[in-house]
Design a protein around this ligand. Structure first.
Ligand code: GDP
Length: 197
């Protein structure tokens, strides 16, 4: 898929603030600091569209990026911040779950779940993946920061992630690096396929 243009359309918290165009959506989820803003910028060929390195207080929102005038990349709040209150955690969960629930039947075509290739998925990641499956969503896993490990470690790490998340055989897991732009074409291809067949 070729990215012709991309723009930030709206920041939302509640469903009545989501776009009403009916365009299909691809949502990105993952722990804070996993590289979510970086992958969105890399996919869209933009340096700073999704802000990199946001602070916890500012990220409890959903950002919709309109791409090629016919679909959205949706940046969901990062989860798993250390040292946040129970209330804050619950509010993130509600924002993410409400989004998945509202969009599951029509707009939402693919959930891209990000995990850091260097680490085994956390409890939060496991819960997140179970939600995605529970809602019957089409998903792929992207293992970020692949430039931080050696080539020979990549398959070992992917197998570990696959095992911990208990991925189905059919679920793709793609190593990705925003630094080196590796995995970009493959992720775009999956997005294109999920959106337009
Ligand atoms: P977010 O909190 O998930 O949006 O994560 P960011 O995109 O802000 O990235 C968090 C940190 O990881 C930043 O310092 C990025 O520069 C770094 N980072 C993100 N992706 C990569 C990558 O592919 N390779 C390397 N080496 N660093 C990355």
């Amino acid at each position: 898929m070729i990215i012709k243009n991309a723009e930030h359309e709206i920041t939302a918290v509640k469903p009545n603030q989501y776009p009403v165009t009916g365009f299909p959506e691809v949502a990105f989820v993952g722990r804070s600091n996993v590289g979510k803003s970086s992958i969105i910028n890399t996919l869209l060929n933009r340096k700073n569209l999704a802000r990199v390195g946001q602070t916890p207080g500012k990220t409890r929102q959903i950002n919709f990026f309109a791409v090629n005038g016919n679909f959205y990349l949706v940046d969901l709040p990062g989860y798993g911040f250390a040292n946040v209150s129970k209330e804050m955690k619950a509010s993130w969960e509600k924002i993410i779950e409400t989004y998945l629930y509202s969009r599951r039947q029509n707009q939402l075509k693919l959930v891209v779940m990000l995990v850091d290739i260097r680490h085994s998925p956390s409890k939060d990641d496991i819960v997140m993946y179970q939600w995605i499956k529970g809602y019957g969503m089409n998903s792929i896993i992207v293992a970020t920061k692949a430039d931080k490990i050696t080539r020979s470690q990549i398959n070992i790490r992917l197998n570990d992630i696959r095992k911990v998340l208990q991925l189905d055989k059919s679920t793709k897991i793609i190593p990705f690096s925003s630094e080196k732009r590796t995995g970009r074409e493959e992720v775009l291809e999956e997005i294109g396929r999920s959106l337009f067949g």
